[in-house]
Design a protein around this ligand. Structure first.
Ligand SMILES: Nc1nc2c(ncn2[C@@H]2O[C@H](COP(=O)(O)OP(=O)(O)OP(=O)(O)O)[C@@H](O)[C@H]2O)c(=O)[nH]1
Ligand SMILES: [Mg+2]
Ligand SMILES: [Zn+2]
Length: 338
């Protein structure tokens, strides 16, 4: 992203807004602290992190009641989906005293390239794409690599098919066919016509799934369609850029009545993998695996080297050209300063 140079006035305003935000958040914390102060805390009990706001979390108890909780100092930082031990205070507040070990953890780098946990204990990632914004295969592939690295099952969801003419939909299906060929599930859906939503439900039951992808692809809309009794914020696309406006600001867990959980997450503009070795990246392209170790040179970059098993597989059609090109692009981005 191009860094804009702020004028002095803009910089002053940005600082002022920051300070006000901080003050608001500190005030909320001290409100909870006042509620908790002097009140007897209840017994330790298990809970689930529904969402995280700065230094506070919303914890759900076994009866699905929500408590705004503070975190005991020196705790590992809990995220959406974490199982915790907590104690209730008065007025629906409480204190988190321990975070249980995680089964899985999805992480991604933030704007400053710091790796940040997004959600814990998920076992399925729905990578959502849609016709606006344009199909970004590098982003999809980045998520697939992240999923493969953490051992979480990915499913591709192509939403808003109501917006496509038959021919355009066929073109998209042709581009996504290689994903089905290598074993990934691709679901075509529309929140507007409900097409594909029954298919989607089959994959969601009994699982803890997170919806990820670009801003504006309809992640929140999909959850809203599936869970009409919830109230999610859904945003219009920007008219000038056709991109989403980052309507969802916090990752949040919703219960699926038929069993299972859905986690909504804020959209991204692009997906950077963070600290991933070349080896991890290559393994994350699962169709490359049978050919690894078969190149003439053990440090083959699968580019121009002679007797490269990967390039031969591309030439014979066993590896998709688009996936291979995307692999090289992601590798170059990883190596060029991130
Ligand atoms: N035509 C059509 N529009 C859709 C569909 N699904 C979502 N939209 C619209 O797309 C826009 C963005 O939807 P959101 O659900 O806010 O997208 P999001 O992925 O949650 O975006 P962020 O929260 O910013 O990451 C809204 O205007 C929705 O009404 C669909 O299937 N068809
Ligand atoms: Mg959203
Ligand atoms: Zn090679």
């Amino acid at each position: 992203m191009v860094k804009r140079k702020l004028t002095r006035r803009q910089a002053w305003r940005a600082e002022k807004i920051q300070a006000e935000r901080l003050a608001r958040s500190e005030k909320k914390v001290s409100n909870i602290e006042n509620n908790l102060e002097g009140s007897e805390l209840g017994p330790e009990q298990p809970g689930r992190v529904i969402t995280r706001y700065g230094a506070q979390v919303d914890i759900e108890d076994a009866e699905h009641n929500i408590y705004r909780c503070l975190l005991r100092r020196n705790l590992p930082s809990p995220v959406c989906g974490d199982c915790v031990v907590w104690q209730a205070g008065i007025n629906q507040t409480g204190v988190v005293v321990a975070v249980e070990p995680r089964q899985t953890l999805l992480e991604r780098p933030d704007a400053d390239n710091q790796i940040k946990p997004v959600a814990a204990n998920i076992n399925q990632i729905l990578v959502v794409a849609a016709p606006p914004p344009a199909l970004d295969l590098d982003l999809i592939n980045g998520y697939l690599v992240a999923a493969e690295m953490t051992g979480i099952q990915p499913v591709l969801v192509f939403n808003k098919i109501d917006l496509l003419e038959k021919d355009s939909l066929k073109k998209i299906k042709d581009r996504l066919k290689p994903y089905q060929d290598i074993g990934y599930t691709v679901i075509y859906a529309s929140c507007k016509t409900s097409r594909g939503l029954n298919d989607l439900v089959k994959y969601l039951q009994g699982k803890t799934s997170i919806l990820v992808g670009q801003s504006g692809v309809g992640k929140s809309s999909l959850i809203q369609e599936l869970l009409p009794e919830e109230e999610l914020r859904v945003g219009a696309l920007s008219e000038s850029s056709g991109l989403g406006r980052h309507t969802t600001t916090a990752t949040r867990l919703y219960h699926f009545p038929a069993g299972g959980e859905l986690i909504d997450s804020p959209g991204v503009r692009s997906f950077r993998l963070g600290h991933v070795s070349k080896n991890q990246l290559t393994h994350g392209f699962i169709e490359f695996r049978p050919y690894l170790g078969q190149c003439k040179f053990s440090d083959c970059r699968h580019k121009v080297e002679p007797d490269c098993a990967i390039r031969e597989a591309v030439d014979t059609g066993n590896i998709s050209h688009e996936r291979y090109d995307s692999y090289q692009r992601i590798l170059a981005t990883q190596e060029n300063g991130r």
